[in-house]
Design a protein around this ligand. Structure first.
Ligand code: ATP
Ligand code: PAU
Length: 323
């Protein structure tokens, strides 16, 4: 932490010299993913705000005084991070998201708000930084400074672990019906033996990254069965339209109405190989029966979809960890 603060002071001093200049305000960046576009905006604290030009202050007011932008953009107020410092400036990080399929609407809005007057270039990561680069250039006259999504992910993880350690937590007991299923802070950086670890990034698809040291990592595996699969299958199976609806259904559902368990096959545990009776033997295995299909409610189907995908991601991650 001390060395981080020192390097910030150094950077601040360098920013005063002619050899290095802080990027002008406003500071924001985008992660344009396969499902969601996430936009992070740094709102300088009042003592830094006088550096803002009038037009920049206008954008700050627009972003921070609204929680909805157009028909599809939303600011997640609960994610807001106050007292964040970058390069000697302190302020608040705001998180805004919209579905990537609404990119054209976003570009129209950005044009309408004259975003081009504020910056010629936006830092962007995710596959969409490549896919939409020419649209930003031709329709907004802005270029994208493309940064690798996995590199950004790990830098972001280490940034949070170092500066905002409470963002990193674990569940000592994963069963939500138990009283000790509560978040415990996990200090990634103070844990001298935290390396190597696996970062399992669940987006539309899943990337699994082996991290051996602060700058020593590689993508070891991945699976196409990820968050996009959960949402896509829930829409198909239950008729829901949004992630929020899919999760709300899953919360109420019973996956045992849909999945075939070891006990449905063995009548109990499969003792020889230590498989408990309540383990899922076959995801959606009950759905081969007409009667079971008639019984299964949308919430059960949503729950079974969630359990299938999360179990599968967990199994793949475990296999990666043991190789
Ligand atoms: N409000 C939401 N709307 C849509 N999906 C959501 C929402 N909240 C969480 N999700 C889940 O998160 C997934 C998207 O996660 P994330 O934004 O990390 O991925 P992405 O960056 O779009 O995808 P990728 O990195 O694979 O290109 C969705 O597929 C869905 O399962
Ligand atoms: C393609 C990316 C990296 C885009 O973020 C992600 O969706 C992913 O890791 N998908 C899984 C691809 C695989 O099967 O390894």
């Amino acid at each position: 932490m001390a060395s981080r603060q020192l390097s910030e002071t150094k950077l601040r001093r360098r920013s005063m010299s002619t050899s290095y200049r802080l990027p002008p305000l406003p500071w924001f960046g985008m992660d344009i993913g396969g499902t969601l576009t996430k936009l992070v905006y740094f709102e300088p604290s009042l003592d830094n705000a006088e550096e803002e030009r009038e037009k920049v202050a206008h954008i700050r007011k627009y972003l921070t005084s609204n929680v909805a932008y157009g028909t599809t953009g939303l600011r997640d107020v609960y994610l807001e991070m106050p007292n964040v410092s970058f390069l000697g400036r302190s302020g608040t990080l705001h998180f805004i998201r919209f579905p990537t399929c609404s990119m054209s609407i976003f570009i129209d809005m950005a044009k309408d708000k004259n975003l081009k007057d504020l910056a010629d270039m936006i830092c962007a990561t995710g596959g969409g930084a490549y896919k939409f680069e020419s649209d930003f250039q031709s329709r907004l006259g802005m270029s994208l400074l493309k940064l690798d999504e996995l590199e950004c992910l790990l830098n972001g993880l280490i940034f949070l672990a170092e500066r905002h350690p409470l963002e990193c937590y674990y569940l000592p007991e994963p069963d939500p019906s138990r009283s000790d299923c509560v978040r415990q802070p996990y200090s990634l950086t103070r844990q001298s033996d935290c390396y190597p670890f696996l970062a399992v990034n669940i987006g539309s698809g899943v990337s699994i990254i082996a991290v051996r040291g602060p700058r020593d990592w590689n993508r070891v595996s991945g699976t196409s069965l990820g968050g996009g699969t959960f949402l896509g299958l829930c829409c198909l199976l239950t008729g829901c339209e949004t992630f929020e609806d899919a999760i709300a259904l899953a919360e109420r559902g019973d996956s045992n109405k849909v999945d075939k368990l070891v006990m449905d096959i063995y009548g109990g545990d499969y003792e020889l190989f230590g498989l408990r009776g309540d383990l899922v033997a076959s995801s959606f295995g009950h759905m081969m029966s007409v009667d079971k299909r008639a019984e299964a409610k949308p919430e059960d189907l949503a729950r079974a979809t969630l359990v299938m995908l999360t179990n599968n991601i967990g199994s793949i991650a475990r296999m990666c960890a043991s190789t």
